[in-house]
Design a protein around this ligand. Structure first.
Ligand code: NDP
Length: 434
């Protein structure tokens, strides 16, 4: 704690995991002598580098790049790249730490990593983004490879950025190593359904939870925060299953609409790359307000936070509960702080932690790696079927941990942490002093 005092998100993520896995440690006193806790929490390698780039006016800028290669116990490091001005080393470490256990839950052979930069792609031209990505890859290319470390997208890194990064990697290495990045375009080695995977996977997990706890999705109202990659496809799959999405948001405000038109949201965010304030005029209905959707006091049974970390604190969680919320499932990484999560438990509502419910994205990235290795491409339906199977299996692993440790059948946090962490510990011990 002292060494990492300046990294609050990292400490928050570690605390959340360690609180729930004390049950494992109680059953295994030998883990103390083996320093399992220290081996779990210390990253294998951290790479930090300078990213100089030139804007369209000829002005040079310097950003900071990171790659945290946290754990390769279960396979090559795998995890996204985030380009956002708020990126710090502590944030990269929190995301990479979460990624290890999320990846373990997918049951696919991938370790955990994360990277990114404090570069802000917002408001930059395509050429500026390209020059930044090329400079970023000059350094990153020294540390990644299809069997070593396979980055993907995250906030601020979509198909455009992955394309520029991949192009630069190929030029530098002079080889066609398709499996070095995932989230690629369909025309050059990407997987169908990868774009939809995190959002769709979230809803597959939610449907499993609702089925298990006898909740009917039909006609339930949902707040989906964010309007990026995860939020859009979570909203799409929710609507396909009879859930009514009544609100979505972005970093400046939120829209409320009983007849939410997702095509308009897609146009605003995927094509125009602008603010949701344009929604009411473009859709011809709905309202736009500045501020957080979680301060609006909207009535909804489901809450699907899909924007960013720490969006929901205890006060906002209390407001959601007052408005009839029955289930919160995380599409984003750590959108609820630990006090909000404690309140959900206290009030007995269903809560799905991101490492279980948003694992569909990385799982489908691993399916992209498989397709790249085999040099073939599965259909959308094949990938979507596999994704559904993986989300179901994550739910089953949570249930198995609940049974084994006699947990509350609503305690998905402890269950997911136990299931993920135990796999990594077993791998570390099997490989000696890993
Ligand atoms: P995007 O960049 O596509 O979208 C992010 C969304 O969050 C945007 O709508 C953005 O608004 C909004 N946002 C950003 N900052 C804030 C803020 N401070 N307050 C409110 N809203 C904000 O990212 P993704 O959809 O890819 O990722 C969203 C979350 O899901 C992240 O936590 C990410 O780590 C997690 N995740 C993503 C996966 C993936 O496959 N993409 C996989 C697993 C987890 P604006 O449009 O104004 O920028």
């Amino acid at each position: 704690k002292e060494k990492d005092a300046s990294q609050p998100e990292f400490l928050q993520a570690v605390e959340e995991v360690l609180n729930s896995v004390s049950l494992i440690f109680d059953q295994h006193p030998e883990y103390e002598k083996m320093a399992i806790l220290e081996r779990l929490t210390e990253p294998e390698r951290i790479i930090q580098f300078k990213v100089p780039w030139m804007d369209d006016q000829g002005q040079m800028h310097v950003n900071r790049g990171y790659r945290v290669q946290y754990s390769s116990v279960l396979g090559p490091y795998k995890g996204g790249l985030r380009f956002h001005p708020s990126v710090t080393l502590g944030m990269m470490k929190f995301l990479a730490f979460e990624q290890i256990f999320k990846n373990a839950l997918t049951t696919l052979p991938i370790g955990g990593g994360k990277g990114g930069s404090d570069f802000d792609p917002k408001g930059k031209s395509d050429q500026e983004v390209m020059r930044f990505c090329q400079s970023f890859m000059i350094e990153l290319s020294k540390h990644i490879g299809p069997d070593v470390d396979v980055p993907a997208g995250d906030m601020g890194v979509g198909a455009r950025e992955i394309g520029y990064l991949y192009g630069q990697y190929r030029r530098l290495k002079g080889v066609s190593e398709r499996g070095v990045l995932t989230g690629k375009g369909i025309g050059y080695g990407g997987s169908l359904a990868r774009k939809e995977a995190t959002g769709y996977g979230l809803i597959y997990f939610v449907l499993e939870m609702m089925r298990t706890h006898q909740l009917d999705p039909q006609g339930k109202r949902a707040i989906v925060s964010g309007s990026g990659n995860v939020a859009i496809y979570a909203a799409e799959k929710a609507m396909q299953n009879g859930i009514q999405v009544i609100a979505m948001s972005d970093s400046r405000g939120y829209i409320v609409d009983d007849q939410l038109d997702l095509n308009v949201v897609k146009k605003i965010k995927e094509q125009l790359r602008t603010s949701l304030s344009a929604y009411p005029e473009m859709a011809g209905h709905g309202e736009y307000h500045e501020g957080s959707v979680y301060d609006a006091g909207l009535k909804a049974e489901l809450t699907l936070p899909c924007a960013t970390q720490n969006e929901i604190n205890k006060v906002r969680a209390g407001r959601l509960l007052d408005q009839g919320c029955l289930l919160v499932a995380e599409g984003a990484n750590m959108p609820n702080n630990n006090e909000a999560i404690a309140l959900y438990h206290e009030k007995g509502i269903l809560f799905a932690p991101g490492k279980a419910s948003n694992a569909g994205g990385v799982a489908t990235s691993a399916l992209e790696m498989s397709q790249n290795s085999m040099r073939l491409a599965w259909t959308f339906e094949e990938v979507d079927d596999k994704l559904r199977g993986i989300m179901r299996s994550i739910h089953e692993q949570c249930q198995a941990a609940m049974n084994q440790y006699q947990l509350d059948p609503k305690d998905y946090v402890t269950a997911a942490n136990i299931a993920g962490v135990q796999k990594v510990i077993d791998g570390m011990i099997a490989m000696g002093d890993y």
